[in-house]
Write a protein that binds this ligand. Structure first.
Ligand SMILES: *[C@@H]1O[C@H](CO)[C@@H](O)[C@H](O)[C@H]1NC(C)=O
Ligand SMILES: *[C@@H]1O[C@H](CO)[C@@H](O)[C@H](O)[C@H]1NC(C)=O
Ligand SMILES: *[C@@H]1O[C@H](CO)[C@@H](O)[C@H](O)[C@H]1NC(C)=O
Ligand SMILES: *[C@@H]1O[C@H](CO)[C@@H](O)[C@H](O)[C@H]1NC(C)=O
Ligand SMILES: *[C@@H]1O[C@H](CO)[C@@H](O)[C@H](O)[C@H]1NC(C)=O
Ligand SMILES: *[C@@H]1O[C@H](CO)[C@@H](O)[C@H](O)[C@H]1NC(C)=O
Length: 549
């Protein structure tokens, strides 16, 4: 059993690694992860040449660092942590620029060594050297040889932070004088986007003095513990009394989508979703069955059906300012809004047409893209823990979905679900945090005792690393108004941190981590401004650095 070809090709079509990852062993498409954008590396294979004309190793040359398996117990020994590195722009005295790529196989992200990204732009401007250090439990960087609950004892945000610090302090970089570049001897810059952007903030917040400057793009610093934007524990506002798993309600994920998608499509999706919710609430099994068949989705569980409808909205995460029109999200809106070559006005066509059009789009096109030839329960059902296709407890390496879900289930929460009653919603309210947190118990048997749902320690992670209230200095936070993860960043409506000159909060009209890619600056003036402003802040902080060792 491997990832379905159709799903793989959809991901390719979207040219974004994080579009709709599958459960790896099974066919079901599930939640998109907060990852940096995949960028092909067109420089790959070309000779890499240093400033003085010396031929350097290719970007794809992998190196390995002996990393501690358990930073709380070094006697357990080390594992090989993979990294990529170049010094094409380096001049003595320049900074060492470390990217934590987050929850991906780093071998596909060598473009982040180059000047196609903000990392290489900074290196080129400041005479720096770039590194991409794979995250533990992703790609080839595995402390143990499986992804079992026992191995995941050392799969925590705290260990990942300690990896970055220990690497910076101990690596001997494969470059001239590479053993004389530890923090104190050379200035280090930490960069990350999305989850890894949060890791960048957390690392600098909890380990002052190691990194001289940081760049955190679309950084999902705030683990979601609140029920609505205005019920956040440390804001002094009222916190609802809720069971722990309900605190993982991240309906805000869909707010930038609802507000920025074509107005007609947003209106029609809201109308269909309100109708779906009213039919399911009616309890009329005949009507519910007919509704599911309109989409060709006769799923046994209403919440699996409601969750499947989210998949069209999740395709938004693959968008960038320079995305062409042939993207899954736009195909979806065109299917709803263009009738005989004519587009609906901004109010849409209304429920009747939109319902039939959305159903027909699933039935004629989208189902096959997502599920290939798999049956509907196999592909989209989440209740059959014994299905041979489910892959729930498959612990083989690597499996980015599984490794990321562990962090979601134990620490972050981030359950992307319907908005609370009274709020407009493009996602059914039948999708609740329980839908995802129940699956945590299937993925990781025994990890949550006898509980029916995982209870991620989101409160703990926010307390430990200050979430969006961090006061850490010399870090740029770059966010995008169209980023679906925005409501977990410092740019969220719920955040009261205004930023400062020592912690600039830069906002563009970008999508997820758009500002990390130089080509998106060419597609959006506000992204270019963010990139230029960020480079000048970082240049200023680096120029003020003096050696301490
Ligand atoms: C050129 O750079 C390489 C790598 O930084 C270094 O080993 C070599 O000594 C340099 N050569 C000159 C002539 O500067
Ligand atoms: C980016 O770096 C490459 C070498 O890797 C160089 O050929 C190119 O000119 C650089 N681009 C810019 C815009 O400086
Ligand atoms: C980069 O290196 C060049 C050549 O040594 C030097 O002239 C320039 O000032 C350096 N730039 C920075 C920002 O240090
Ligand atoms: C869905 O597609 C199948 C096969 O093309 C067709 O038989 C069925 O009638 C369609 N259902 C709906 C509701 O359009
Ligand atoms: C209506 O939908 C079409 C198709 O997605 C889109 O191109 C157009 O911009 C939308 N128009 C309005 C006013 O929302
Ligand atoms: C939650 O995280 C906090 C802060 O890291 C920690 O002190 C606490 O023990 C954790 N709680 C659980 C139940 O793991």
């Amino acid at each position: 059993m491997v990832v379905t070809n159709s799903l793989a090709s959809l991901v390719l079509l979207l040219s974004c690694a994080n579009a709709l990852p599958s459960r790896s062993k099974g066919p079901a498409p599930v939640l998109p992860r907060p990852t940096i954008p995949y960028l092909e590396n067109p420089l790959e294979g070309l000779p890499v040449v240093s400033r003085n004309g010396t031929r350097l190793p290719d970007y794809t040359q992998a190196y390995y660092f002996n990393q501690l398996i358990d930073h709380d117990n070094p006697s357990l020994g080390t594992f090989q942590q993979r990294y990529y590195h170049t010094y094409e722009f380096y001049e003595p005295g320049g900074p060492i620029i470390l990217l934590t790529p987050g929850e991906v196989d780093a071998s596909a992200y060598t473009a982040y060594l180059t000047n196609l990204t903000i990392n290489g732009r900074i290196a080129q401007t400041l005479n720096g050297s770039t590194i991409v250090l794979e995250h533990r439990f992703f790609g080839a960087s595995n402390p143990y040889n499986d992804l079992s609950v026992a191995s995941f004892r050392v799969h925590t945000v705290q260990q990942a932070i300690a990896d970055l610090v220990y690497f910076a302090q101990n690596v001997q970089l494969p470059m001239p004088g590479g053993d004389q570049l530890a923090p104190g001897k050379a200035p280090w810059i930490l960069i990350g986007g999305s989850y890894a952007g949060a890791l960048t903030s957390y690392t600098m917040t909890s380990n002052p003095g190691v990194f001289t400057a940081g760049y955190a793009s679309s950084a999902v610093v705030e683990a979601i513990v609140y029920v609505s934007t205005f019920e956040k524990p440390n804001s002094g506002r009222v916190l609802l009394t809720v069971t722990p798993h309900l605190r993982s309600d991240f309906w805000g994920y869909f707010e930038p989508v609802r507000k920025n998608m074509p107005a007609n499509c947003s209106a029609d999706v809201q109308a269909v979703i309100a109708y779906v919710d009213s039919v399911i609430a009616s309890g009329d099994t005949t009507a519910i069955g007919a509704l599911k068949l309109t989409f060709g989705l006769p799923l046994g569980h209403d919440d699996d059906f409601a969750a499947a409808l989210r998949l069209n909205l999740f395709t938004w995460q693959a968008l960038q300012p320079d995305s062409g029109p042939n993207q899954a999200f736009y195909q979806f809106c065109d299917a709803l809004e263009v009738q005989n070559g004519v587009s609906a006005s901004e109010t849409g066509w209304g429920l009747d047409y939109a319902l039939q059009a959305w159903g027909a789009y699933w039935n004629s096109t989208f189902y096959r893209q997502i599920c290939g030839n798999y049956g509907v329960e196999t592909c989209l059902g989440t209740y059959d823990t014994t299905s041979p296709y489910s892959g729930w407890t498959y612990t083989g390496i690597p499996n980015a979905y599984r490794s990321w879900q562990w962090l979601v289930c134990t620490e972050f929460g981030f359950q992307q679900d319907g908005a609370p009653a009274g709020q407009p919603s493009i996602v059914s309210r039948v999708v609740t945090p329980e839908w995802g947190l129940r699956q945590c118990t299937y993925l990781f048997p025994g990890a949550f005792g006898d509980a029916a749902f995982a209870s991620p320690n989101a409160t703990g992670i926010n307390a430990a690393y200050e979430g969006w209230d961090t006061t850490v200095e010399n870090i740029v936070f770059a966010s995008g108004t169209r980023d679906p993860w925005k409501e977990a960043t410092v740019a969220a409506e719920g955040s009261t941190n205004p930023g400062s000159d020592a912690q600039p909060h830069l906002l563009s009209d970008g999508f997820h981590c758009s500002d990390m890619l130089i080509q998106e600056g060419a597609a959006s003036a506000s992204i270019k401004t963010v990139q230029d402003t960020a480079v000048s802040y970082i240049a200023q902080w680096i120029s003020q650095w003096t050696p301490t060792a």
